[in-house]
Design a protein around this ligand. Structure first.
Ligand SMILES: [Mn+2]
Length: 333
């Protein structure tokens, strides 16, 4: 991979996107499209809209992602491969919704003739030949929409649907505080491009019946430590084995417990054999990013995550310690 850092900045977002659009239009080789570990609706939606737009221009694209079951309905046959062993000769590598770092999956970064990175995470280190990071956007799919509009692409429902999926996912169906007028305007325009909105929002909520059995078990673990300012819940492999539930990150338990009245921080622990993953949600300026960054993870102010090389009980202690610091910083404790 190239270790070039794109220092041209975000001074002019549209100029940067125009440069990306022209580079894509001029590119004659294959374009490999990948995203992050545990892909969500924005990872898939951004990549798929980007791919379909480029395909409509006659470009050769390869989309590599291990798509979780609940999102597979968005894909057509033979539209993706789960992963690539190596990049084809002369390929551009397009990395969406994540930086060119350790959480990138789908294909190796080595051997790319050119690297393109489009993302909305402020913590992105801007590595790559051409990088557009716009933290002001609620979803990478919004950036992809702006990019598509700078290319001679005719919008279709097939392109607009995954694009809107990314926006829906990263705004929690327009519930999170990152929902603003530009998000709703982009969504409205995508619906005008033919998205079957009623179908899409319904279908995106479908979960396997085992999810609802697991929900009961997870909710039985809820606790409210640190003077009730924090809501926690967890899942263990034993609980999953009992209901035969799959681990595909579709289970937004943290999104449910974050609505416990009086809480500023919600933390969900996913216990694994030799590590624990956490998802953190916050409100009122308390930073999930600060909590997770201190633990080796990252994300946004209101939503972040980390992977800790600790078992559940030790992970709980470590995370609550960082949470306590962050709450103290805001004079809430
Ligand atoms: Mn995203």
């Amino acid at each position: 991979m190239t270790h070039k850092v794109d220092n041209t900045g975000e001074a002019n977002y549209t100029e940067k996107l125009k440069k990306i659009a022209q580079t894509l239009l001029d590119w004659q080789g294959p374009i490999v499209i990948i995203s992050h570990l545990d892909p969500d609706g924005d990872a898939l939606g951004s990549c798929l809209a980007f791919k379909r737009a480029l395909d409509s221009l006659g470009k050769t694209t390869i989309f590599a992602m291990g798509v979780p079951g609940y999102l597979k309905f968005l894909l057509k046959d033979n539209e993706h491969v789960s992963s690539l062993e190596s990049l084809p000769e002369g390929a551009m590598l397009a990395v969406l919704d994540v930086d060119l770092g350790r959480r990138t999956v789908g294909a190796p970064l080595e051997g790319a003739a050119f690297t393109l990175n489009i993302d909305h995470h402020g913590s992105n280190p801007r590595i790559g030949d051409l990088v557009c990071v716009e933290p002001g956007k609620a979803a990478t799919a919004q950036i992809v929409k702006d990019l598509i509009e700078l290319m001679p692409v005719s919008w279709t429902a097939d392109i607009a649907t995954p694009c809107l999926t990314g926006i829906l996912t990263d705004t929690g169906n327009f519930k999170y505080t990152n929902t603003n007028a530009s998000v709703l305007k982009d969504a409205a325009e995508l619906i005008e491009h033919g998205v079957d909105y009623g179908f899409l929002t319904d279908r995106l909520q479908w979960r396997e019946p085992s999810y609802f059995q697991m929900l009961g078990k997870v909710m039985a673990t809820v606790e409210f430590p640190l003077d009730g300012l924090v809501a926690t819940a967890y899942v263990t492999p034993e609980m999953e084995a009992e209901v035969g539930s799959s681990d595909d990150d579709s289970n937004d338990y943290v999104g449910l417990i974050r609505y416990a009245e009086g809480t500023k921080v919600a933390i969900f622990f996913k216990s694994r054999e030799d590590h624990t993953k956490i998802s953190v949600r916050t409100r009122d300026g308390v930073s999930a990013q600060a909590i997770c960054h201190a633990l080796g993870g990252g994300g946004h102010v209101a939503a972040a995550g980390a992977k800790l090389d600790l078992l559940l009980e030790d992970a709980k202690k470590a995370v609550l310690e960082e949470t306590k610091k962050e709450l103290s910083r805001h004079k809430l404790l």
